[in-house]
Ligand binder design. Structure first.
Ligand code: ADP
Ligand code: MG
Length: 237
């Protein structure tokens, strides 16, 4: 069997809800992202999309099951080792960008590079920012950039360490509609140019329609199937 660049096996994740009770959020038998693949992940609000991305990225540990990034099982690593693997192999783009407010666009990319195993390469950081159309905004801090520009810095930062995988959680949610398509095209192109796989979470059908492969979390998260069955049973009673 050919392993995907990101694999999830028998993963369960729940959160404490009230004393003695846990809210089950994920129960996924298998999920796989192939090398260089680009997938849009859709699903209604609260269906576990962000939780899935946090588990896939190793930000959150699952209750049980395995997450395998580029052949490395994240759960078997020490926290420090996991952070390093994550910085090298994974780029993330968030809805709220998570740029460092005290640093310029260029410094934000350089800081991301310094977390990986390579060196912080100023020339390459400038090239990356130029590739996303920000060569004239290198020394601007996030507060002095538009939402669309901030998201483009986040895209350049995500790709800084030539990751195997880019995970994007509703990356266009704070970008005005006229720029949403551009940001998504930019993410797709940047990932293609660097050979990174891309998994993008969105609840926007317009954004999802920019992808050939679209999957719905409700179709493979068994927690959802169970809660549907329970509500159907309650309605019948
Ligand atoms: P989505 O991204 O699809 O909207 P989330 O993964 O953010 O969904 O959340 C799934 C469910 O888990 C929601 O019901 C949410 O309230 C709950 N949840 C998310 N994070 C936490 C947390 N840290 N503690 C407790 N419950 C959480
Ligand atoms: Mg979410």
């Amino acid at each position: 069997m050919v392993l995907g660049v990101l694999e999830l096996e028998q993963v369960k994740k729940s959160y404490p809800e009230s004393p003695g009770r846990r809210l089950e959020v994920l129960d996924i038998e298998h999920f796989s992202l192939a090398c260089g693949e680009q997938i849009a992940l859709e699903g209604r609000s609260g269906s576990g999309k962000s939780t899935l991305l946090h588990v896939l990225s190793g930000i959150t540990s699952p209750d049980s099951g395995r997450v395998i990034l580029d052949g490395i099982e994240l759960g078997k690593l020490s926290e420090a080792h996991r952070d390093r693997v994550r910085a090298d192999k994974l780029g993330m783009v968030f809805q709220s960008f998570n740029l460092l407010p005290g640093f310029t666009a260029l410094e934000n990319v350089l800081v991301a590079m310094s977390f990986g195993s390579g060196k912080a390469d100023r020339r390459r950081a400038i090239d990356l920012l130029s590739a996303v159309g920000l060569e004239h905004r290198l020394s601007h801090r996030p507060a002095a950039l538009s939402m669309g520009e901030q998201q483009r810095v986040a895209v350049a930062r995500a790709i800084a360490n030539r990751p195997r995988v880019v995970l994007a959680d509703e990356p266009t949610a704070s970008v005005d509609p006229s720029n949403q398509r551009t940001v998504v095209e930019l993410l797709k192109k940047t990932c293609r140019d660097h050979g990174s796989a891309l998994l993008i979470v969105t609840h926007s059908p317009e954004v999802a329609s920019q992808f050939e492969v679209r999957v719905r979390i409700e179709d493979f998260n068994r927690v959802f199937a169970r809660s549907m069955a329970a509500s159907i049973a309650t309605n019948i009673e």
